[in-house]
Design a protein around this ligand. Structure first.
Ligand SMILES: [Zn+2]
Length: 432
């Protein structure tokens, strides 16, 4: 796809419309048998095409039900359909495979391995940016979003959870299959599944959104108490960005330390020590900025993390009665002291750099707010979201909206925060 940081992720020549992911998982041995069917449309005449897929043993590949030749090199799987596919034609690819998925190293995430993990009988996935290809074959770039169905078969008594709405549960021969639908477009890295001993707790909000959380069975009540803030955080964010974008939301808390939280679409994963209101609101904010709207190139990640960080800090400040001005002034002092580099011009290893991308990204938005005042600032956030919801964005699109609604001086303020090596000061604004 030509991503600045991951040029070989994603493939040209087709658009995936839907993934049907059917996994039969044996947690005790961490093995699976799977059939994944992609429905796609050719955007070019295709004599062959590639999928991104790492490891596992591929048994067969069919295209429109007819067996196809395939070869594998690294995470590139090349498929030769029996007959060439003409441009604009829909087609299906079914891949049957089995084995034990192996997590991968990603140069953007030096602090963790990505993809499918098994830890003390719990199977969990954390895939941003590249890990999705460790457990299902796909077109691994956020510019090719698709809808998803998950069918997860596990031994009776084991809980399976996935991104989307749970629509069916059936048992036979000592195994239980749950079916999940994600009917809104989703980037490959935002698909996730979890298998283990979890309790499901659900509530329906007045807005109609279903909240379903998963916590380790028998876990300390403080975990559910921490998650109880979610509806309030959702109301806070809906005031700013508009209605929550999906049919469901929830948090799955894993029963072991996880050094981060991750905003899987409709089902964020958190470690048990990362349930502070700011972090819950941060992952929830990503459902708008990151999931419904996703960057079209990984170098633009500040548009996910700067927004989610700022909105999380705003929620926390509101909750604790602090002023956002003093919170941001404190962060500004700390970052200035540590000479934080600009979030608009990062290298791949800085993708999730907390100071550069998260905090200076959040300060970029705060500086814009200070320059424009609240009315214009929140209009910019809402307009940008409405303009890009369900699709992708980048800094140029965002700056175009800043220009339209606040003029070139406001663009200059944002650009100085995004690109100048020295961190700018925060001006004293008109309305704060
Ligand atoms: Zn984030």
């Amino acid at each position: 796809m030509g991503d600045s940081f991951y040029p070989s992720l994603g493939n040209e020549g087709y658009d995936v419309v839907h993934y049907d992911i059917d996994l039969d998982v044996e947690p005790s041995s961490n093995t699976l048998e799977a059939v994944v069917t992609l429905t796609a449309v050719a955007t070019d005449d295709l004599g062959r095409f590639n999928l991104d897929f790492h490891g596992l043993d591929v048994e067969t590949v069919t295209v429109d039900g007819i067996q196809a030749e395939f070869s594998r090199e690294g995470y590139e799987m090349t498929v030769w359909p029996a007959a060439a596919i003409s441009s604009s034609t829909p087609f299906t690819v079914a891949v049957s495979y089995s084995g034990t998925p192996q997590p991968i190293a990603d140069p953007g995430v030096p602090f963790a391995t990505l993809g499918w993990h098994s830890d003390n009988g719990v199977i969990y996935t954390v895939s941003q940016p590249s890990g999705a290809m460790t457990w299902y074959p796909n077109n691994n770039h956020p510019t090719d979003k698709a809808t998803f169905t998950f069918q997860i078969t596990v031994p009776d008594g084991v809980t399976a959870a996935a991104t989307g709405l749970l629509t069916d549960e059936a048992s036979a021969d000592g195994k239980t299959t749950t079916t999940w639908h994600m009917d809104d477009p989703m980037a490959t890295y935002l698909a996730a599944i979890y298998i283990g001993d979890f309790e499901r707790h659900e509530q329906r909000l007045n807005s109609g959104v279903l909240i379903r959380d998963y916590v380790p069975r028998g876990s300390d009540p403080s975990i559910r108490e921490a998650l109880a803030i979610t509806p309030e955080a959702m109301s806070f964010l809906e005031e700013i960005l508009g209605p929550y974008p999906f049919e469901a939301y929830g948090t799955i808390v894993v029963p072991f330390p996880l050094g981060f939280a991750l905003e899987n679409q409709t089902l964020s994963v958190h470690g048990p020590l990362l349930l502070q209101p700011e972090i819950i609101a941060h992952e929830l904010a990503h459902q708008w900025m990151g999931n419904s709207v996703t960057v079209d190139d990984w170098s633009q990640i500040w548009l996910h993390e700067g927004f989610a960080t700022y909105l999380g800090l705003m929620f926390d400040a509101d909750l604790s009665g602090q002023s956002i001005e003093s919170v941001m002034a404190n962060w500004h002092r700390q970052l200035a002291f540590s000479r934080t580099s600009p979030p608009g011009d990062i290298e791949i290893h800085e993708l999730f750099d907390f100071n550069t991308v998260y905090l200076r990204g959040a300060l970029t938005l705060h500086a814009l707010r200070t320059h424009t005042g609240d009315d214009v600032f929140f209009n910019i956030l809402r307009t940008h979201y409405d303009h890009t919801a369900g699709g992708t964005t980048n800094t140029e699109i965002f700056l175009g909206i800043v220009d339209d609604l606040a003029g070139p001086d406001a663009v200059s303020v944002v650009e100085s925060w995004l690109y100048e090596p020295e961190m700018p000061g925060i001006e004293s604004g008109p309305s704060l």
